[in-house]
Structure formats: C-alpha cells, structure tokens
Design a protein around this ligand. Sequence first.
Ligand code: EPU
Length: 337
Amino acid sequence: MQIQTNFSLKKYNTFNIEAKAKQFVAVHSEEELKIVLKNHSSDKKFILGGGSNMLLTQDIDALVIHVDLKGKKVIQQDDNFVWIESMAGENWHELVLFTINQDFGGLENMSLIPGNVGTTPVQNIGAYGTEIKDTFVSCNAINIATQEVKTFTKAECNFGYRESIFKHEAKDQYVITSVLFKLTKRNHKINSSYGDITKELENKNVKTPTLKDISNAVIAIRQSKLPDPKELGNSGSFFKNPIISKSDFDKIHVLHPAMPHYVLSETTVKVPAGWLIEQAGFKGKRFGDAGIHKNQALVLVNYGNATGQEILNVSKDIQATVLREFGIAIEAEVNVI
Ligand code: EPU
C-alpha cells in the first residue's frame, strides 16, 4: 500500500478528465482500507470507486482512496435462488456476465453499465426496466470515522430513482465494501417489455428470450446509442429524467404535444431529459472538446482534452436553455466535484 502524491486521475474517471489528487492510495482489502482510514483520521479523504459517475472540475485536495477490493462468489443457494456476494472493486459488467454465464437471473437488463459494484447502490443504477434495488439484499460498508463495519439492508438503503441513503443521510460517511444480491436459478422473470428490447429481440427473431438473449439485446442497444468510455470519455446519463407535477405537465404538454412522458402517479409525470435536450438543439453539438453525444442527448462527452469546467459549463448552458424553453429544471445525475 503506497501513498502517491500529485497523482493523475485521468485513468480513474470515465470522462478522462485530467485532474490531480494531492495524495492517492489504492486499497485491496477491508483490512488495508481500515488501516488507511485509521492512520489518516484527521486528513481530508475522498473515496473513489470506478469513477464512472463523476465530473472532476478541479484537483482533489485530499487523500483519494481507490477502493480496489476484488472477489465475487456464491454464498448460499436453494432450489430457486442464489445469493451472490461481490466485493466493491469488481467491474459491474463482469459481475453481470459472471451471473448470466451460470444462468442466474436478475441483472441481465443492466448489462454494460460502466463502473464498479461498490457504487451501484449509491445511485440505485438502472436500465431497461430494472433497477439494482430489485435484486439487492444488503451491502457492507465501513464507517469512515470509526472503521466499524455496518450492514445496510435494502429497507435501510431507502432506494428511489437514482437515489439512496448514500446520497443523503449516509453521504461521505461510509465506504461500501461488498454487495449481496439474490438472483433466480429458475423461473427467471424475463423483462423484455422495454420498447427497445422488444424491437431488438424481434429483429433477431427471438421468441422466448433467455437471460443471455436479453443481455445481448441490451448490449446491442447500448452500443448503438451510448459511447464506450474507453473510446470517448463520458459518464453515461449526465442528467436525471425530471419528475414534474401533473398540473405543470398538462400546461407544457399543450405547447409540446409530441413530448414523450411516463405517468408515475396521479400527481407526477416523468419526462425524458434526452428529448428536452434534443429539442433545445444540443444533440451532437460540440464546444471545443466538450460535447453532447450524437445518438443520446443525455450523455455529455469529452472529445479529448476538455476540462471538467468546460463540460460543466456546457451542462449549465443546457439546463438554462431547457428551463427557458420548457419551464422544466433538469438536475445532474453525475456528481460534480
Ligand atoms: N430521447 C430523445 N432524444 C435523445 C435521447 C432520448 O428524444 O437524444 C427520447 C427517446 O426517444 C425516448 C425517451 O427519450 O422516447 C427515453 O429514451 P431512452 O429509452 O433511451 O432512455 P433515457 O430516458 O434517455 C434512461 C436512463 C439510462 C438507461 C435508459 C434505458 C436515466 C437518467 N437514464 O435513459 O441510464 O440506460 O433509460 O433504461 O434514467 C445512465 O444512467 O447512465 C443511463 C445510461
């Protein structure tokens, strides 16, 4: 365990932004993590997982602790279900493939989401009709101040749309070290109802999809719409889809009848931010090395040497324009540092 100083984080964030950590250490076990936390109890600390949901707009004047805990295994099973525990530093998509290859069901709709397992509960990641909360049992986390291990049950995590306790009451207090999932061994709940998946399966003439078919369909859809962070720096959806009141929606809908929307309850409606941003004229636009992806307006991209500040400025311009044109405030999903 070696502490490095003035360390470049370019390879540790999927936006590929050049920013420096004052100090940097990678920890490979819970023991190492506890030692670092204890030895640096009075230093400012910043916990870094897969770096797939953050925009670095400045150097980090703190000890950056990169959680690199590895391991994934079956810890229990019965005839119908299997409990899989994954350490926080495992790559999410590799975990998904690990489960699909053993015909364990539940994670397949979330194939190819970038990032590491440890950060998935923080924002309750989701895609194509499934969220992590659907299979999540619990997670273990280490209290940064006391180094005690705490198990958070699903109920304690308080999951919502891209929300959890780790963005609120528990923010900056814990390091998630492992996550436990309960997956199906048979009678899989195949979820192919999301429009794009249905279309993709029809195109391939798949009538009774397996877990692998669903995963492959999701991979194909994502590859056609979303840039691969290895080729083009990005952080997935930069904004959340806004949830607005039914009365506001009714007024806006009269002016924009083509606006796609999902009724969530009698009083709330969700509107796709990607559509709003596209209508506002930003899709595919480029401002220096910062831009808006050509196939998915929700995704901001770094064409090479954009700074975090430049990407942040583009995001603010988008927010202001969408607010002016539609009267809808859109909020960043990505953590702006
Ligand atoms: N749309 C546009 N223009 C665009 C993008 C989208 O008009 O540039 C419209 C689409 O035509 C569609 C609607 O917006 O009517 C929704 O689009 P899509 O199904 O592609 O999903 P999304 O709302 O843009 C969300 C998640 C994605 C997830 C997909 C699929 C959020 C913030 N994003 O995107 O998650 O992959 O659904 O489930 O909820 C991520 O969080 O990083 C992410 C990629």
